[in-house]
Design a protein around this ligand. Sequence first.
Ligand code: C5P
Length: 216
Amino acid sequence: MITVIDGPAGSGKSSTARAVADRLEIEYLDSGALYRAITLLYLQAHRNETAFFQLLHQKEISFCYRDQQFHIEIDGTPVTDHIRTPRVAEYVSKVASMPNVRAFVNRLMRKAVDDGVYIAEGRDLGTAVFPDAELKFYMSADIEERARRRYEERKPDNPGLTLEEVKQNIEQRDHSDASRKADPLKKAEDAIPIDTTNLSFEQQVDQICLHITNLM
Ligand code: C5P
């Protein structure tokens, strides 16, 4: 069984999905983290696409959710602490717009959720990756609120970061994610909309848990 949450950057998908996974003791899958890990390979290949695709097909990418964190390893080396930097944020939407990269990530995800109960979050899960998901949500919030949340989250590890930089990066990524040809950010017709601008975190989590437990 799979529940998906799609929505733009900073809408609260990750923290909500993790809290739901912990409360209901189900598995969690962070598709954005996979695109970010793959962006590390793109940067390692000095942004040369031929070298990048060679690396992508040579490397083993593994992931799991444990101790309230989504862990990713590339060839056995943990990269979880390296995927949230401003440099990765700058390039991830470009990398995620490549159809071959999307096909690669989609294969990884579909294989992972083959058995078990999952909550997964991303941009195109309800429309392209898991169109038959049992439950679909689309989370949104206004841009000021989303930028403020991301800034608070990233500031401790990136001391020079400004709120304006975070807002600009979110706006650029939203634009690129929603306008790309390959599986753009889009609400699935059958997704339940949740605007988190004025909802408390607990209210978001309660709403989703209620829907899932009704189906379990
Ligand atoms: O969710 P997060 O902000 O970590 O995602 C990073 C980027 O990965 C997004 O801006 C988007 O470009 C890409 N992404 C995507 N499709 C998904 C999840 C993330 O294109 N399903």
